[in-house]
Design a protein. Sequence first.
Length: 95
Amino acid sequence: MSHPDDERLVALEARLARDDPRFAEALRAGRPAPPREYRRTGAWWLLLIALAVLVTGVVLPDGLLIATGLVLAGIAVQLLDPHRARPERRLPPYF
């Protein structure tokens, strides 16, 4: 490999380690983990909590709990959307 290619690989490795350290460490260890974009555990927990708050609001007729449950459910569903627009990152020039 030529010298500029090595520099590109080192820069790519550094950016990957900075953006998603868990994924980079798993690649180094030889047991890849899903990248951050595919980890949605927090969104599922939020949806579960939202549904619990919503059901509690319906059982105890409380409009504030119902509204909170609906808002939290909307946020959780938005986080679960696989085609959610992600902010575009500017890459540094390599030449």
